[in-house]
Design a protein around this ligand. Sequence first.
Ligand SMILES: *[C@@H]1O[C@H](CO)[C@@H](O)[C@H](O)[C@H]1NC(C)=O
Ligand SMILES: *[C@@H]1O[C@H](CO)[C@@H](O)[C@H](O)[C@H]1NC(C)=O
Ligand SMILES: *[C@@H]1O[C@H](CO)[C@@H](O)[C@H](O)[C@H]1NC(C)=O
Ligand SMILES: *[C@@H]1O[C@H](CO)[C@@H](O)[C@H](O)[C@H]1NC(C)=O
Length: 430
Amino acid sequence: MKKLKHYYHNHQQQQRKCIVPVITIASFLSLNFLLLFALRLTFPDSTLIFPFPLSTVLSPPSPFVESKLHPLPLPPPSPLPPVLAYLISASAGDAPALLRTLSALYHPRNRYILHLDRHSSPEERHLLATHLDRHPTFRHFRNVRLVSKANLVTYRGPTMVANTLHAAAIALSDTHHWDWFINLSASDYPLVTQDDLLHALSHLPRDLNFIDHTSDIGWKDHQRARPIIIDPGLYMTKKQDVFWITQRRSRPTAFKLFTGSAWMVLSRSFIDYCIWGWDNLPRTVLMYYTNFVSSPEGYFHTVICNAQEFKNTTVNSDLHFISWDNPPRQHPHYLSLDDMNRMVDSNAPFARKFHGDDPVLDKIDAELLSRGPGMVVPGGWCIGSRENGSDPCSVVGNTTVLRPGPGSERLQTLINSMMSDENFRPKQCA
Ligand SMILES: *[C@@H]1O[C@H](CO)[C@@H](O)[C@H](O)[C@H]1NC(C)=O
Ligand SMILES: *[C@@H]1O[C@H](CO)[C@@H](O)[C@H](O)[C@H]1NC(C)=O
Ligand SMILES: *[C@@H]1O[C@H](CO)[C@@H](O)[C@H](O)[C@H]1NC(C)=O
Ligand SMILES: *[C@@H]1O[C@H](CO)[C@@H](O)[C@H](O)[C@H]1NC(C)=O
């Protein structure tokens, strides 16, 4: 924990420095005043600006005002557990798996954005919406939302990243505060309860970004960085596979490419940076990745490692247990009962990928999550009886009370290792 203190210390110093640029902006503003109004939400300390009379504000205009904008400051340490905003995406036919993953990840304080591919049938969408609507717990807390303007998501295409950014933008527009954005699919499943996860994360600075990455792109140079693809999902109404252009392109020289896992846990501050685009880097890199095969394995990695303000917040892990064949093929193998021990021993909070009805999910429910069939994962907020198979969460207690179990200790072991001297700083954007 000494290291974390050091981390906090550096950050607080940076934050103090932030106040000076805010005042400087104020004294240089003219036309850009309106822009700052628009940015007020991202600048809790912007109230500092408004006591100045307008006449002092109208001094020399600066054409470079955007360079003085800063990322959201680190929120003050909160005694309350963090809040997570989940995106869970499903393809056509995966609505039952989506509901199961949602129940296993549920906590009343979190936010859930569900996306069902536009390719799925109206019946499937209707059934899912009806189920969410009738569920007593989801109804009560109103924290589950199905994306109504669904996207067409092409496998390996940039529409995957567009879909993630869409959900991130929806999450930002939520009036409810959250700390981390987590991108999952219906074939992911948690290996710890939300109480375990929230408890373990509550000791960490809330601007950390868990993203597995490397600049050593190896075979991906030839297979990913050089080819040029087009995703018809960007402009067609029907689903079609991506196609390749015969010409190839050079490696970028304007920024450095990073690659890694498509699964990540991103801070609110970094999401804000990617969505608002007040610095042009996230937008330029997004346009570059439009023609890149499997852009989810590179977009956020390249943005974060090329942004000075964020590269020091990276933790090089995707927090997932994924079992690749050796050598890796396009898809990881489906996990089954045989993988149970390896999954638990990995200390990871999430695993993929699973068939929707695999018996290993029942074992995870029973042994790791204490989740009854058809119920949400119980936590400190559930104060009902478990007798005769009744759902303890049908009686709601205090939602800020966490009851972490053994999963929290496993996760703490993983976090200690990720944050150690050998792993944390040396593996950042290397
Ligand atoms: C986000 O989630 C989807 C799951 O549907 C996944 O395919 C995609 O690669 C993920 N990652 C990013 C960075 O969008
Ligand atoms: C990031 O860390 C490096 C090395 O520790 C340091 O030199 C640099 O100033 C830090 N950058 C920011 C923006 O804090
Ligand atoms: C559980 O079932 C037993 C026997 O049917 C009954 O006596 C008891 O009251 C039930 N408990 C609850 C909490 O419903
Ligand atoms: C809920 O629990 C928190 C922390 O345990 C406590 O501070 C708060 O007062 C409780 N709220 C209510 C309404 O009991």
